[in-house]
Design a protein around this ligand. Structure first.
Ligand code: ZN
Length: 204
């Protein structure tokens, strides 16, 4: 792609770094922004600089939040004895949309993936174990994607949680193998949480 301006090229390059955005789309977006007023463009860029500067992660569940403790963890209506373990904030949003789950969450921040160099230490697994160790937890629901990485993470977590006298369950897989949680429709996802099953690893 040949650019008539270095500034234009720079902006396109930055947009092109976003997942799923190719050079052509990046150019279209940049040209669109260029047509907007200065105020609009400032508001646009400020939304991201402020996000990056002020965003917090809930100290209990690591969900993205504006405060040290997220709204879900603060709510007196939530059942603190049940923790639903998810990969990231998108999954919390998807499950909250089902209106079926009344417990609290634990956001891992990824899945174990040796191929991508992501090991257990890169995730908030110790935080989860600490929460369980501190007591009052009755059940941990592992609501992770039906992928190799999801299964590996589930098995790892199961072994870590085995020493505690709690129930460990996984969501029913109406979700096809390879399915990611955020793409599952709300009814299916809601049902898979309500019909969760105790986790059993069939070895050998
Ligand atoms: Zn929280």
């Amino acid at each position: 792609m040949h650019f008539s301006s270095k500034l234009l090229e720079q902006a396109v390059e930055e947009f092109g770094k976003l997942p799923g955005v190719g050079k052509k789309t990046a150019l279209r977006l940049v040209l669109h922004l260029l047509k907007q007023s200065k105020e609009d463009v400032n508001r646009f860029s400020q939304a991201f600089t402020q996000l990056k500067e002020h965003i917090k992660y809930c100290k209990h569940c690591f969900n993205i939040s504006d405060t040290d403790t997220c709204e879900i963890c603060q709510s007196p209506k939530r059942d603190r004895t049940t923790i639903c373990v998810v990969e990231d904030t998108r999954d919390v949003m998807a499950i909250e949309n089902t209106n079926q789950y009344q417990g609290v969450y634990h956001v891992l921040g990824g899945l174990i993936s040796p191929m991508d160099g992501v090991g257990p230490a890169d995730l908030r697994i110790d935080g989860l174990v600490d929460r369980v160790r501190q007591g009052d937890i009755k059940e941990v629901i592992l609501a992770l994607s039906a992928t190799m990485e999801g299964d590996t993470t589930i098995f790892y977590l199961y072994r870590k949680l085995q020493e505690f006298s709690i129930e460990v369950s996984t969501i029913a897989r109406g979700i096809a193998f390879g399915g990611e949680l955020e793409y599952v429709d709300e009814v299916t996802l809601g049902r898979s949480i309500m019909t969760r099953v105790p986790y059993e690893r069939k070895v050998g």
